[in-house]
Design a protein around this ligand. Structure first.
Ligand SMILES: *[C@@H]1O[C@H](CO)[C@@H](O)[C@H](O)[C@H]1NC(C)=O
Ligand SMILES: *[C@@H]1O[C@H](CO)[C@@H](O)[C@H](O)[C@H]1NC(C)=O
Ligand SMILES: *[C@@H]1O[C@H](CO)[C@@H](O)[C@H](O)[C@H]1NC(C)=O
Ligand SMILES: *[C@@H]1O[C@H](CO)[C@@H](O)[C@H](O)[C@H]1NC(C)=O
Ligand SMILES: *[C@@H]1O[C@H](CO)[C@@H](O)[C@H](O)[C@H]1NC(C)=O
Ligand SMILES: *[C@@H]1O[C@H](CO)[C@@H](O)[C@H](O)[C@H]1NC(C)=O
Ligand SMILES: *[C@@H]1O[C@H](CO)[C@@H](O)[C@H](O)[C@H]1NC(C)=O
Ligand SMILES: *[C@@H]1O[C@H](CO)[C@@H](O)[C@H](O)[C@H]1NC(C)=O
Ligand SMILES: *[C@@H]1O[C@H](CO)[C@@H](O)[C@H](O)[C@H]1NC(C)=O
Ligand SMILES: *[C@@H]1O[C@H](CO)[C@@H](O)[C@H](O)[C@H]1NC(C)=O
Ligand SMILES: *[C@@H]1O[C@H](CO)[C@@H](O)[C@H](O)[C@H]1NC(C)=O
Ligand SMILES: [Ca+2]
Length: 545
């Protein structure tokens, strides 16, 4: 079936379920703090009707035959979380947990759908609240709900759903995996810090790991471009002109003019090329900036540092401009930033983001709301139990600066190398040139970005929920989750992952480009001959090493 061309995976052996897919059957195996909301079977080809889920409203289609279950768990006198499970009839003997995004309070049905299409028994939690990604009001004076969001709901649902899987199939999952991006990336990393036994392999994309700094930097970043009446404010209408100038200067600096900036950090960008000349009456038409606006550019492209160059949060990269409207385009910083300060740090919804200063970051560091920040760089326990961590981050991500992933990798390296633990055999990190936050690439960039990371299958193709893996390239060379499995199960470490770009991101169209992603600090180097849109004409390398 799904794994026919993936020889290292065992063939699917359909197991008879130990009991029927009914609420009472599941209830009978659960502890008293857990209650079954529903359990029913879906025939192959069905749509799972999500009903009302404000965070993940899309009902996945064309599912394999499965048992759908939702279970609620009381986690404290003032908190509860819920989780959904898809238990396929044709089970691949493996367990997968998928993560969330932002502050979304809901079950990630689309990522579950991609997981169950492979044959995984798959779980997702609502993280203990009910909200859209950008609405943090649920957290005000709710420390227990914050803890559910921070780490308890993911761990609790993993522990309980492993028990459910074991009972339902009368078999222990052979391997346990995790895949998540953004908050999902944080959830995976936080979980292996606190509970190293939970997973054999973790795929963590664009991790929002540095919560106390990331959310506060989000305020700082928004403020760079505010108020909208100020001379230094850059209207969103000018972002594309900035992006075009960055591309003009930085694309060739990696040696190949191909609309892709392979390594933005090696570009010596000269923002003054954007300065308006005399007598410009319409800046949008001229696509130019004033000196004050260029000052804002310098802030955006530079790290947020405090006294003595103390790093608070890394900068956005050159080439991220197309996604700037999300955090830099409004008349206020993103709610992901200022509501975090209001609802989780200060407990004061009257606080004005214009009063932001560094003491807020220090307070957030001290309180650590929900203990969400994944700041334990000592991953020894996860390494020792044989875990594998595969991390990635898009270089055109303007929601979470990719430098925060680089920083995390280096902190783990600095922590473990002196203890005699090298990373290469169990932890690799891939930067993705031209990819935005977790998925996608601007239409004029067309960078290969698809490798079946979290959120990706659900954002491509028609019939949401029906897509999984990399259609046409269902193997460990192209699919990051299969690459992780090959690493965990067969010791085949990913020396590269080939990312794919279809024309117009439509999987029924032809492939426009494929290119390898490389383990940090390597990058893909064009061999100088042949079609640069073919992955085989590239190799991973490192200038000067
Ligand atoms: C389970 O939780 C969901 C979401 O909070 C709620 O809608 C549902 O009524 C709950 N079901 C039970 C049986 O408690
Ligand atoms: C639910 O109850 C079980 C068994 O008593 C306990 O081990 C578990 O920690 C509880 N879960 C939560 C989230 O409180
Ligand atoms: C979530 O809240 C909305 C109101 O904002 C409500 O209509 C819906 O039923 C809630 N969903 C769950 C699962 O509790
Ligand atoms: C700008 O406009 C002024 C007034 O119309 C004119 O004197 C001047 O020559 C113009 N400068 C340029 C560079 O076109
Ligand atoms: C400025 O130029 C833009 C883009 O050409 C155009 O859409 C806009 O209407 C112009 N504004 C004014 C005030 O003429
Ligand atoms: C900055 O560095 C100087 C020189 O090392 C030191 O005296 C001072 O205390 C530092 N200030 C802060 C705020 O860390
Ligand atoms: C806000 O409330 C939390 C408990 O929910 C507490 O830990 C924190 O210290 C409070 N913040 C301030 C600034 O008092
Ligand atoms: C916010 O301000 C309003 C009006 O001044 C006041 O009634 C309210 O108590 C304040 N809320 C907090 C959390 O300080
Ligand atoms: C920083 O902000 C806090 C909270 O608004 C305020 O109490 C404090 O005085 C500010 N500190 C400085 C140095 O401005
Ligand atoms: C937060 O997590 C750390 C481990 O990362 C732990 O040492 C600490 O006790 C936790 N703090 C709270 C308040 O739970
Ligand atoms: C891609 O999208 C563009 C713009 O919508 C359209 O003009 C073009 O025909 C599409 N190409 C294909 C192959 O679908
Ligand atoms: Ca280039």
């Amino acid at each position: 079936m799904h794994f026919n061309n993936v020889s290292y995976l065992v063939p699917l052996v359909p197991l008879a379920a130990a009991f029927n897919c009914t609420p009472s059957a599941f209830q009978s195996i659960l502890p008293s703090n857990a209650s079954v909301a529903y359990a029913y079977t879906l025939a192959a080809g069905s749509t799972f009707n999500v009903g009302y889920d404000i965070a993940y409203p899309t009902s996945p289609q064309k599912l394999p035959a499965l048992c759908a279950v939702q279970i609620n768990v009381t986690s404290s006198p003032s908190s509860a979380f819920s989780f959904g499970l898809f238990l396929p009839v044709n089970w691949n003997n493996r367990f997968l947990a998928v993560g969330n995004g932002g502050f979304a309070g809901g079950i990630n049905w689309l990522d579950m759908a991609a997981g169950v299409q492979y044959g995984f028994a798959v779980v997702s939690t609502d993280t203990g609240h009910n909200s859209t990604s950008g609405d943090l009001s649920w957290a005000l004076n709710q420390p227990q709900k914050q803890i559910d969001w921070g780490y308890r709901a993911i761990h609790g649902s993993v522990v309980l759903s492993k028990q459910v899987v074991q009972a339902y199939y009368s078999a222990t999952p052979k391997f346990n995996y995790y895949s998540g991006c953004s908050t999902g990336g944080r959830q995976g990393i936080r979980d292996i810090q606190l509970y190293p036994e939970d997973f054999d392999g973790v795929l963590a994309g664009a991790p929002a790991w540095w919560t106390s700094h990331l959310q506060t930097w989000t305020v700082k970043l928004g403020l760079y471009n505010l108020p909208t009446t100020a001379a230094h404010h850059i209207p969103t209408a000018l972002f594309s002109a900035i992006g075009a100038e960055v591309l003009r200067q930085c694309d060739p600096q990696d040696g190949l003019v191909d609309t892709i900036i392979s390594d933005p950090r090696r570009c010596d960008f000269y923002p003054e090329a954007l300065l308006c000349t005399a007598n410009v009456t319409n800046q949008t038409a001229a696509g130019c900036l004033t000196a004050a606006q260029i000052g804002t550019l310098y802030q955006i492209y530079n790290d947020y540092v405090e006294t003595n160059q103390t790093l608070v949060f890394p900068h956005l990269e050159l080439g991220s401009e197309a996604q700037w409207p999300v955090l830099l385009g409004g008349s206020a910083p993103s709610t992901l930033g200022y509501q975090y300060v209001q609802d989780l740090v200060l407990n004061d919804t009257n606080w004005s983001f214009y009063d932001f200063n560094y003491s807020i970051v220090q307070l957030a560091d001290q309180i650590q709301p929900g203990n969400a920040t994944a700041y334990d760089f000592d991953l020894t326990a996860f390494h020792t139990r044989g875990g594998k961590l595969l991390q990635y981050h898009g270089l055109a991500d303007a929601l979470i600066a990719p430098g925060s992933s680089v920083y995390f990798y280096k902190e783990v390296l600095k922590t473990l190398l002196p203890k005699g633990i090298t990373l290469d055999s169990w932890y690799r990190f891939f930067l993705v040139p031209g990819m935005q936050h977790c998925s996608g690439t601007p239409a004029n960039i067309n960078a290969p970005w698809y490798f079946a990371g979290a959120n990706q299958a659900g954002s491509i193709g028609t019939n949401p929920g029906s897509v999984y893996s990399v259609p046409g390239f269902t193997d460990a060379k192209h699919d990051a989750l299969l690459a992780l499995m090959a690493w965990v199960e067969n010791g085949m470490a990913p020396d590269s992952i080939i990312a794919t770009k279809w024309i117009n991101d439509t999987i029924t169209n032809t492939v426009l480009r494929q290119r390898p992603l490389c383990p940090y600090p390597q990058q893909a180097v064009y061999l100088g001959l042949g079609d640069p849109n073919e992955a085989s004409n590239w190799q991973c390398g490192r200038f000067g090493m």
